[in-house]
Design a protein around this ligand. Structure first.
Ligand code: SF4
Length: 355
């Protein structure tokens, strides 16, 4: 059996020879490290890179983030998903300016909005060289296979942490953590891991037992529910109505076309008229069906019908949203919309087809 030092050294050597080039790698600026780790949560590296670069161009400092409007923050994040990450980061930057003289607080870092144990460990180890392991889905998979863990990683957190704390390299804890994540992402992949190229194959129990595909053990997942949704493009002259979602819950703070969930025994057409009135206080006449799109979120999927509607009466008011606006269709790109709305935007003409 190799010593813990040997395991760690083997991994670090592999990392130094194989590490992927990323704009935030070898950058010691804590703001940059923190931002990259937030963007990388639940998101692929190649998706993150252009967002990360553009963000730093627009907001070179924490102060720039804190001074930005919520709409500017969400517009820059548009398409990256999990929007509460952006709003929490915005909130945390404001706290740093207001309560910590603009300095990211090392001791109180975990108290900032959106900083959980994973982000805290990643920033501490990479930015401050604290000896603390980071544990994400990739690392869970690697350790589950190395140790042949009998339960799903969610139930083996202690064992995984204890193993990592024994082998983490105290001289370069940040490199060690990034090496484990790279290993999971590029070598110890969920399907068909490249064990022959793995620096840890000599200590991997699953590899030795030829049972790699049995690990990690899975929690039984429920079938993802599908929700039917209907929305309206409401025309008044050449303007259309958009509504801003609440700052909590799904897609917080994003703009969208009014509408909502189709009830049982209700058609999409009836739903649009009802939802628009409940959400905005406006009555509309339905003119034509636009299209149906499907979209998948992490815990459910939607089937969304969109309709052209003509404004009939009422003063729009944000009843179940936080703001409401008449805009020209050409102004749509100025606002951050959910991906599902983008899927039918090409069908919206520049001018009211019924004028
Ligand atoms: S030997 Fe294979 S299963 Fe084991 S850690 Fe390496 S890549 Fe993963």
């Amino acid at each position: 059996m190799k010593s813990q030092n040997d395991i760690s050294n083997q991994l670090i050597t592999w990392y130094n020879n194989n590490k992927q080039s990323m704009p935030w790698r070898d950058d010691k600026n804590i703001y940059h490290i923190w931002l990259s780790e937030i963007m990388l949560q639940q998101t692929q590296i190649n998706t993150v890179i252009p967002y990360y670069t553009q963000w730093l161009k627009q907001f070179p400092t924490i102060n720039d983030v804190a001074s930005a409007s919520e709409d500017d923050i969400l517009k820059l994040w548009e398409g990256l998903g999990y929007y509460s990450r952006a709003l929490n980061f915005h909130n945390a930057c404001k706290t740093i300016i207001e309560s910590y003289d603009g300095e990211i607080p090392k001791k109180d870092f975990i108290k900032l909005k959106g900083v959980g144990p994973y982000i805290d460990a990643a920033v501490r180890s990479i930015g401050y060289h604290d000896v603390t392991p980071t544990i994400d889905g990739n690392v869970n998979r690697v350790v589950s296979r190395l140790l042949c863990l009998k339960k799903p990683p969610q139930k083996e957190h202690k064992k995984i942490y204890n193993f990592l704390i024994q082998i983490i390299n105290p001289k370069v804890p940040g490199d060690f953590n990034q090496a484990m994540m790279d290993l999971g992402r590029n070598i110890c992949k969920p399907k068909k891991p490249s064990c022959l190229q793995c620096p840890l194959s000599t200590i991997c129990k699953a590899y030795k037992k030829d049972s790699v595909n049995q690990y990690p053990m899975k929690i039984k997942t429920k079938k993802i529910p599908n929700i039917n949704v209907a929305v309206g493009i409401i025309w008044k002259k050449n303007n259309i109505l958009i509504a801003k979602r609440k700052s909590q819950g799904l897609l917080p703070g994003l703009w969208e076309f009014p509408g909502g969930k189709v009830n049982h025994h209700e058609t999409s057409a009836d739903c649009v008229i009802r939802e628009i009135y409940e959400e905005t206080g406006v009555t509309v006449e339905l003119k034509s069906f636009i299209t149906n799109i499907k979209h998948q979120y992490s815990h459910f999927s939607i089937s969304l019908d969109s309709f052209h509607c003509i404004y009939k009466s009422g003063t729009p008011e944000p009843r179940q949203c936080t703001d409401i606006k008449w805009i020209k269709p050409t102004d749509i790109p100025k606002f951050a919309f959910p991906k599902a709305n983008h899927k039918f935007m090409d069908h919206i003409p520049i001018n009211n087809p019924w004028l």
